[in-house]
Design a protein around this ligand. Structure first.
Ligand code: C2E
Ligand code: MG
Ligand code: MG
Length: 406
């Protein structure tokens, strides 16, 4: 383990010593210790920035939150570990707060920490350090920042659509989500996070959305020609677009242009606290629903006005975001949120798509709660249309064995 500098805030002398020894056993010898927040702050100002601060919460005087705030303000720790005998939900909430304050939280760990846990946390830190951040992870490439709106619009042909399968609990494909990427000639494949800020700044969000809708419907139609049935596609729509009076006419025209039945199209709306729709816009959405399109609320539960929107608008589906789903097999609280949403959806006659299914454990935990549609890396990552066709062919012939028997 390469030489790291670690601060331990721990007011219990025995536990402090045990942690110190465990760090030494893991090859970490530059260990600073403090038994109070005050002395931790003094040590940091004297000895400078540490790689990791291991932070206890409960102690005489100022509690561990005070150190967390100090670290966030001073930038004196590259990462923190929260280690406490407090209730697990308190420890996790402190982790959430610390992240919100901008800290890199390596882990939220109940006491007593074992040498193995410590080893894993140190490894995680070193992996983060070593992963020379791939350019693909940068928020926005500097060379794209100077593009004018019209130069950006000229790149439209490079905005390609990838499709992520959605399967039911038997592993049967029931739909796909269209997710846009920018296939840049020199920078490679860019994800929405890497270029949406530019699109928004240039006022090109509507252009992008119609472009994606058009490609997704063309793909669905191509699938229809091959197999006789249109491929169900879900397209993400910003709420501002829904608020345009001619929205439903344009969607209807696009469906007709591609001869795709409305039942094959789901419009996924990302929740925002934006203004409510007027009567005409609501009527437009109802037209689309009557026509047979599905209307889905994306990332349900992460915004402020979700439930209100759910009651106001004619949704037919809700999507539970990765945040609730990832790790739910090990986290009873997440499982409770998912279970509650499934019950609510059932009573409201809504379909549910559970996103972010990354592991077999989580998939099994979801299957225990009901039979929602699932989407996530465990099933498949988003992929180009041609690759999806191969994926479907292989899956169909394999009979989704892995999922079906899971
Ligand atoms: P979203 O609509 O909630 O899409 C799901 C995101 O989760 C996608 O990220 C997908 O690649 C990712 N994902 C899928 N499975 C997993 C998993 O198992 N674990 C994890 N951690 N993530 C998973 P992506 O493609 O980067 O898109 C991010 C967001 O950008 C989308 O979130 C959506 O809000 C927006 N977006 C993407 N394409 C479009 C588009 O064509 N139009 C509009 N308006 N927004 C789009
Ligand atoms: Mg979506
Ligand atoms: Mg989502």
């Amino acid at each position: 383990m390469h030489s790291l500098k670690v601060l331990i805030l721990e007011d219990h002398p025995f536990q402090l010593m045990a942690l110190h020894q465990m760090l030494n056993a893991n090859g970490v010898f530059d260990v600073l210790t403090a038994e109070s927040v005050e002395s931790a702050c003094q040590t940091l100002s004297r000895r400078g920035r540490v790689d990791i601060a291991i932070c206890d919460l409960q102690m005489e005087g100022a509690d561990g939150l005070a150190l967390i705030r100090h670290l966030a303000e001073s930038g004196l720790a590259a990462a923190v570990v929260i280690l406490s005998a407090a209730e697990p939900c308190v420890i996790d909430s402190v982790g959430v707060l610390a992240r919100q304050l901008g800290l890199n939280v390596l882990g939220c760990v109940p006491k007593p920490a074992t040498s193995l846990v410590l080893h894993q946390l140190l490894r995680r830190y070193l992996e983060q350090e070593n992963s020379t951040r791939a350019p693909a992870e940068l928020p926005v490439y500097p060379q794209l920042l100077n593009l004018t709106a019209s130069e950006l619009a000229q790149c439209k042909d490079q905005w390609v659509v990838h499709y992520q399968p959605q399967v039911n609990c038997d592993g049967k494909l029931v739909g796909t989500e269209a997710l846009v990427r920018w296939q840049h000639p020199t920078l490679g494949l860019l994800t929405p996070a890497q270029f949406f800020p530019l699109i928004e700044r240039a006022g090109l969000f509507d252009t992008l959305t119609w472009h994606v809708l058009d490609q997704a419907l063309a793909f669905s139609a191509q699938f229809q020609t091959r197999t006789g049935a249109a491929l169900p596609v879900a397209v993400n729509i910003a709420p501002q677009l829904l608020q345009r009076d001619d929205f439903h006419d344009q969607v209807k025209a696009a469906l007709q242009r591609h001869a795709v039945p409305a039942s094959a199209l789901t419009l996924e709306m990302i929740e925002t606290a934006g203004s409510a729709l007027n009567e005409e816009q609501l009527e437009g959405l109802l037209h689309l629903r009557i026509l047979g399109c599905q209307l889905s609320i994306d990332d349900f539960g992460t915004g402020v006005s979700n439930v209100q929107r759910l009651l106001e608008l004619p949704f037919s589906e809700l999507k539970l975001p990765s945040e609730f789903v990832r790790g739910m097999a090990q986290d009873g609280r997440k499982a409770a949120v998912v279970a509650g949403a499934l019950i609510m959806a059932r009573r409201m006659n809504l379909n549910v798509v559970v996103e972010g299914v990354e592991t077999l454990d989580d998939l099994l935990a979801i299957k225990d709660l009901g039979h929602p549609v699932m989407q996530g890396y465990f099933i498949a990552r988003p992929m180009p249309g041609a690759q999806l066709l191969d994926w479907i062919a292989t899956r169909t012939s394999a009979g989704f064995k892995q999922l079906a028997t899971a």
